[in-house]
Design a protein around this ligand. Structure first.
Ligand code: NI
Length: 227
């Protein structure tokens, strides 16, 4: 499932984050790539151990953990510290699949990447190109969102970033391990959660059906989750 999560950050928050990021020590993006992607990637990144990357990264994680739609859809177990990239002057990232396992340098966090996400930090009208193209079962999906919005998609999907031919595209990108490994199982839980909440709004939280549906949700989560 590919899901757009609006307004992870407000426009004012994006502006403040961009001021810090833009002044950071940008470097060649191939420092985080695996062998396959290193040949396909032309962009810049902030070194993961730079102060600005660490500070803004933890703000992104805080915002995600406080976002009910993100938590319901991703059911995150561990979010690998988000990174930051910038594409300009024809920069692009050719078709690839993200590495299955991510290990922080120096023996930190290690995750299996179940979900990938891109948080857009440039307004779409400020650059040409730069669409994130995600190969879904029903064909390629093109994603270019307002600043502050995030797209969440399965890490197993082939994807690419189109060349940026005008302006600059700044974003935060990240991987996470989910409590629910299987995308289909996770999507069913999300739909059950959303539907139960909808019924709850209509009938009130003490309605018998709402209580039973909530029970089914938690019992499926209990059955399927890896904690
Ligand atoms: Ni990727």
């Amino acid at each position: 499932m590919l899901l757009q999560i609006p307004e992870v950050f407000s426009k004012a928050e994006v502006k403040a984050l961009r001021e810090r990021l833009d002044a950071g020590p940008w470097a060649d993006g191939n420092m985080t790539s695996g062998h396959q992607s290193a040949t396909a990637k032309r962009n810049q990144q902030l070194p993961e151990d730079s102060d600005v990357a660490r500070e803004v990264s933890s703000l992104v994680v805080q915002a995600l953990n406080a976002n009910p739609m993100f938590v319901a859809a991703a059911l995150p177990h561990t979010i690998f510290p988000p990174l930051f990239n910038r594409y300009e002057g024809g920069g692009e990232f050719g078709l690839h699949v993200d590495n299955a396992i991510r290990q922080q340098r120096g023996g930190g966090v290690r995750i299996r990447s179940d979900l990938s996400a891109t948080l857009f930090l440039s307004e779409p009208e400020d650059y040409d190109g730069g669409e994130l193209i995600i190969e879904e079962m029903y064909g390629p999906q093109s994603v270019k969102l307002p600043a502050g919005d995030l797209v969440l998609y399965p890490s197993k999907s082939l994807h690419k970033v189109m060349p940026v031919t005008r302006g600059a595209r700044v974003s935060s990108f990240m991987w996470m391990q989910s409590l629910i490994r299987d995308d289909g199982d996770r999507e069913m839980l999300f739909r059950l959660d959303v539907a139960t909440q909808r019924v709850g709004l209509e009938k009130g939280p003490k309605d018998q059906a709402v209580i039973e549906l909530t029970g089914v949700y938690h019992n499926l989560l209990r059955r399927w989750s890896e904690v």
